[in-house]
Every structure is written in C-alpha cells, then in structure tokens.
Design a protein. Sequence first.
Length: 23
Amino acid sequence: RKAAYILAVERVTEATRVRGLYP
C-alpha cells in the first residue's frame, strides 16, 4: 500500500525531528 509507505516515512521524519531537538 502506498499509504502505509507514506505513513512510515512520516514516522521516520518525525522521529528524526525529535532526535534533532533532543539528541
């Protein structure tokens, strides 16, 4: 499913954002 792929990408992006804010 393309939706699942997009959802996964969004989660990874969010996780990276949190990592940048709280290393």
